[in-house]
Design a protein around this ligand. Structure first.
Ligand code: BG6
Length: 482
């Protein structure tokens, strides 16, 4: 593993404890030459961050003695007054680097409130320039590399994303920038590429000639309680649809890349996003969870206005104006406090041109073939097909082929582990390109600018009834059962 100093801005926050410390331990636990400098405004010191991180590792299932040993060996802390006054960070970083252990390589990871991004990026960029660390045209940097990792959300609309990209590019080359969408680190999301481009069987059917509709569902059972400070100003469109679901959509709809590298893949994702028509309010439904299962409604959470119009559910239909997908609806749907936690891409194929058979179940036409790619939980896929039901005549019955990822390979690693390793090795394939981020915002501009009123839905349901008008492939009342 490449030695480096991992400078974690936002080290006292939730993401650090829940995801980043465990991922750092699992990715670099055994590596020598990887040190972590936590940065925050809280009055912590080295001992405190070591305690907190060790506690977080134990929470995530790591042995206490291993957790303790790693935290004590690896972690230090720098306190700042503000995220654009980084003197204490650079002093501490220089001190750690003096040993030569990290070989002058630095990854700056911004797990911060988005409002602080421009100030922090500018302060980091100025420091790089003052210390002659700016890379040349080929990206080569004297005395070690610098990489900038930016957590989502990257902007809050097209204009702010453009402004943020301008700040980033004023100080860093695109090759140094790693915009995180942690869904891209999920093993099963990457498997979409293999599934599509290593199996000619599916790829030859993957177009308007054979596909009737595609649905992308990310159903969550968690809620926004305790996160209202972040979530209420953001909502599901910005928290989930613009990034996670749009990435799943792009990987599903993109053309085969010329090469399997960062340029090849990100170019194709950007291209399909560019071909995607701007979403319209008539083809979108917002929802907000009410009370249920003994829990209070969204509008009753601490920090949320009783008349808040923030959406906790959104369904949006997209259309791609290109040769492959013209006329095929892609429906994206996600919400909190839904009935089950589940992420699926559902591809419904066209029926045969002439129907010769009746379905044994209801006496009507056989079902279309449906491919359900399950990304979480129980990763795998299921392909449905019709067979002859036993008995006289030719009635059909729908059956499935199933593939279960965990049965074949065991549980996949956490997304953040994969992404942190990629930052260390300098691979931007699983990170979002500047132009891709802007295109993803452009698609949703009409919705972000419209006055959308969320429909109420009860906790533990599949979301507002109104969403049915977008014509889901599967009955929204029981979408995931057999
Ligand atoms: C985060 C969102 O980016 O992704 C959360 O801010 C959401 O609201 C989470 O719950 C979902 O990620 P995962 O990996 O738990 O499916």
């Amino acid at each position: 593993m490449t030695p480096h100093l991992f400078v974690l801005f936002g080290a006292t926050g939730d993401l650090a404890a829940k995801k980043l410390f465990p991922a750092l331990y699992r990715s670099f636990g055994d590596a020598s030459g990887v040190r972590v400098l936590g940065v925050g405004r809280s009055d912590w010191d080295d001992a405190k961050i070591q305690d907190e991180a060790a506690g977080a590792l134990v929470e995530s299932g790591i042995e206490e003695s291993d957790a303790r040993a790693w935290a004590d060996k690896t972690l230090t802390y720098a306190r700042v007054e503000a995220y654009d006054e980084l003197g204490p960070v650079f002093d501490r970083a220089d001190e750690i680097e003096a040993s030569g252990e990290t070989e002058g390589n630095r990854a700056y990871y911004l797990a911060l409130p988005p409002s602080t991004f421009p100030g922090t990026i500018t302060a980091l960029g100025d420091h790089e320039a003052d210390n002659d660390r700016a890379p040349n045209e080929d990206g080569h940097q004297e005395g070690g590399w610098t990489r900038l990792v930016i957590e989502k959300p990257f902007g809050s609309d097209l204009e702010s994303a453009r402004e943020l990209n301008a700040v980033v590019h004023e100080h860093f080359r695109e090759k140094q920038v790693y915009r995180i969408d942690h869904f891209l680190g999920k093993e099963t999301v990457q498997n979409l590429l293999v599934f599509r481009f290593a199996n000619a069987m599916f790829e030859s059917l993957w177009s308007r000639s054979h596909v009737e509709a595609v649905e992308i569902v990310v159903a969550e059972t968690n809620d926004a309680e305790g996160r209202a400070g972040y979530f209420d100003g953001v909502g599901t469109m910005r928290d989930m649809i613009q990034n996670h679901l749009t990435q799943l959509f792009a990987l599903t709809a993109m053309e085969p890349p010329a090469r399997l590298d960062a340029d090849g893949i990100r170019r194709e994702k950007t291209k399909v996003l560019t071909s995607t028509r701007a979403a319209s309010p008539e083809h979108a439904v917002y929802g907000q969870y009410g009370a249920g299962e003994g829990k209070e409604a969204y509008a009753e959470h601490e920090g949320v206005d009783a008349d808040s119009k923030t959406e906790t559910f959104a369904a949006v239909q997209l259309h791609v104006d290109n040769w492959r997908w013209q006329g095929v609806p892609f429906t994206l749907r996600t919400g909190k406090r839904l009935k089950e936690r589940l992420t699926e891409i559902i591809v419904t194929f066209r029926r045969p041109p002439v129907s010769l058979f009746n379905s044994a179940k209801d006496g009507c036409e056989p079902s279309p073939n449906v491919l359900r790619i399950r990304l979480q939980p129980d990763e795998g896929f299921r392909l449905s097909f019709d067979v002859k039901a036993p008995g006289s005549g030719f009635s059909t019955s729908t059956q499935h082929f199933d593939f279960d990822y965990a049965d074949a390979f065991g549980d996949p690693p956490d997304a953040y582990e994969t992404l942190l390793r990629d930052v260390a090795s300098g691979d931007t394939t699983l990170f979002v390109h500047a132009e891709e981020a802007e295109q993803a915002w452009r698609i949703y501009e009409p919705l972000l600018n419209a006055d959308m009123t969320p429909e109420a839905y009860a906790t533990g349901t599949w979301g507002p009834q109104e969403a049915e008008r977008l014509g889901f492939t599967l009955d929204p009342a029981t979408p995931y059962s057999d």
